[in-house]
Design a protein around this ligand. Structure first.
Ligand code: ARG
Length: 585
């Protein structure tokens, strides 16, 4: 379905053109003075400068040239040249009926679908997920679902960090502890064991231990570096260990992501890009882009317009080993071969923006991907504690993601209820906690930092996830008390019973437009703002109209249709944002 704004655009743009002005001036916006009107056109002010004419004259001309239509109820021209618009209730009724009876509430999938590789999550093998990984998972998952709803093809890749020094540290520490394992015997030619020589608990202890030791012991660090290098060069025992480390760690990662209701199509790691490195490097050398600088192989990526110095992109270190830049570049080669994406979208901490700027420039300069592949870095801000500093545990340590989930679940848990079993209560607290965490995150523009305020996020009042769920459950409860069956073959909507009902209806009609804006701007916060608005409008209407007391069947059918649509739109929206609602609470 055409959105209401699009319908109005057509009317006003045509009229601007008919009056001899640029059609673009006729664009309609949602009114920022809902007390005065529902929509407005402000193009007469812009036109005044272009055509050297009073805006009021332009506005009046445009209004007098509007074609007959079934949409507009009233138009008011107000000084200095605003055009204020209200639409007909009948138009809203038939629009709502259209929404109620069409697939996806009238949202039509894009006619020009893109293939998007979405790089999010970014967990590191052998290190537990912590609060720093939350935003990438939450924002990325929402963008994946939103883009799919929009009609794009999305491939979500976790891009595991499995290729850096942390692997060398673990391997070296294992060697110190168990030097006789076959993985360390260079003459070993047999098959390596199926099961790992360590558990997840071991791994969680080994990495921080080795990491700490490498900071105090230069020789130890050197050994870990050598192990990293040997792993990257393909030493069989080390590759076998990497597989064990990855498998063990993945079990835990998957469990944590499942709790967040986040899922990836690919669990590729940096190491999977390894086979693409030699050829990529060769091409960069042959084309004359890569050259040796202080022993390292680099590509210049600075541009004349830079206001700050941009260091060259390092392709290989002087010892020949690959670094973070190398794997990201080779991963682009891999993605091009596998998917030919129109766009690669990275959801990563904004502190990595320079890294991505260099990688993007290098990829385009060296033509390892087509020039028209869109590379987007969606850098997100930090999750802070109430002191404004990165969120920590009470004792000042990094908060593990699982601990964070436990804490919020405990916070929202309802202890006793006569109508629910212990199991149901547990599930309920998981659902509410997820809404609190995800909505608390997504309501902020991605690039902003925010304060993780558990009390605020978990509250059932205010701009929170639980408030949205509470509203939905309220609607479910009303609907469960009404036995009437509404036949939607004919338009069930009749005259609005109060202004707040019209307000709610008008808000629902924006769904189409909001989804487009959210996807175009990679901004789930737009959809959050929208569902908050719907919830507020619904609750205001609920306060004004005693739905259950309505005895006129026609009116009741109309009310039921409206709140059903409200519930469905909220439900679809929260699913797109990555959480769900309970039946009761
Ligand atoms: N593992 C990285 C980190 O923890 C994030 C990976 C982001 N994605 C990428 N393609 N570099 O910082």
């Amino acid at each position: 379905m055409q959105s209401v704004i699009e319908t109005l655009n057509k009317i006003f743009m045509t009229s601007f053109e008919k009056s001899g002005y640029d059609r673009e001036l006729g664009r309609v916006t949602v009114s920022n003075r809902p007390d005065l009107c529902q929509f407005q056109v402000n193009g007469a002010m812009g036109g005044a400068k272009l055509y050297k004419k009073a805006p009021l004259i332009i506005a009046n001309e445009v209004v007098s040239n509007i074609d007959n239509n079934d949409v507009i109820q009233s138009i008011n021209v107000v000084a200095p040249g605003f055009i204020n618009i209200n639409v007909k209730d009948d138009f809203l009724h038939s629009y709502l009926h259209g929404m109620l009876t069409s697939q996806d509430y009238g949202f039509e999938k894009t006619e020009t679908p893109q293939t998007i590789v979405l790089d999010y999550g970014g967990p590191n093998i052998a290190k537990p997920l912590h609060v720093g990984h939350l935003r990438s998972a939450v924002i990325g998952e929402a963008l994946k679902r939103l883009n799919r709803f929009y009609g794009n093809k999305v491939i979500g890749d976790a891009h595991l960090g499995d290729w850096g020094l942390q692997m060398g540290l673990i391997i070296h520490e294992l060697k110190v502890r168990q030097p006789l394992l076959c993985y360390f015997d260079e003459n070993y030619t047999g098959d390596y064991p199926e099961t790992a020589p360590f558990t997840l608990q071991d791994l969680e202890e080994i990495y921080p231990f080795a990491s700490q030791k490498s900071k105090e012991d230069e020789a130890y660090l050197e050994e870990a570096r050598t192990a990293t290098q040997e792993l990257q060069d393909g030493r069989a025992g080390y590759r076998a260990l990497l597989r064990h480390i990855t498998n063990t760690s993945l079990q835990d990662l998957k469990k944590n992501y499942a709790r967040l209701d986040v899922d990836f199509d690919l669990w590729y790691g940096e190491s999977d890009a390894q086979p693409y490195i030699p050829q990529m490097v060769e091409k960069m050398k042959q084309d004359g882009h890569a050259y040796l600088s202080e022993g390292a192989l680099v590509v210049d990526v600075k541009e004349e317009t830079d206001t700050a110095p941009i260091p060259p992109c390092i392709i290989l270190k002087s010892n020949g080993s690959a670094i973070y830049e190398t794997t990201d570049l080779a991963t682009l080669v891999q993605r091009e071969q596998d998917f030919k994406p129109n766009r690669v979208l990275y959801v990563v901490d904004k502190r990595q923006s320079l890294h991505f700027e260099r990688v993007f420039r290098c990829a385009k300069k060296t033509n390892i991907i087509p020039q028209d592949t869109e590379l987007t870095f969606l850098g997100f801000g930090t999750v802070n504690g109430s002191d404004g500093k990165p969120f920590k545990t009470r004792s000042g340590g990094t908060m593990k993601l699982s601990e964070l989930l436990d804490t919020v679940e405990a916070k929202v848990s309802i202890k006793d209820s006569n109508s629910m079993s212990a199991e149901e209560l547990k599930e309920l607290s998981q659902i509410i906690a997820l809404s609190a965490i995800k909505y608390g995150d997504l309501q902020n523009p991605c690039e902003s930092n925010y304060i993780f305020d558990i009390d605020k996020f978990a509250s059932f009042e205010g701009n929170t996830g639980p408030y949205i769920l509470y509203t939905m459950v309220r609607i479910k409860s009303i609907l469960s008390k009404i036995t009437l069956n509404v036949d939607t073959t004919n338009n069930p909507f009749v005259e609005f019973t109060c202004d707040t009902e019209r307000d709610l209806a008008l808000t629902l009609t924006k769904f189409n437009h909001i989804i487009k804006e959210t996807v175009k701007k990679d901004a789930p916060s737009i959809l959050c703002q929208y569902i908050y608005e719907i919830s507020n409008k619904f609750n205001a209407f609920y306060h004004d109209k005693k739905i259950l007391a309505e005895s006129d069947e026609k009116i009741l059918s109309s009310l039921v249709s409206l709140i059903t649509l409200t519930l469905n739109i909220l439900n679809t929206s929260i699913n797109l944002l990555g959480f769900k609602a309970p039946e009761k609470m």
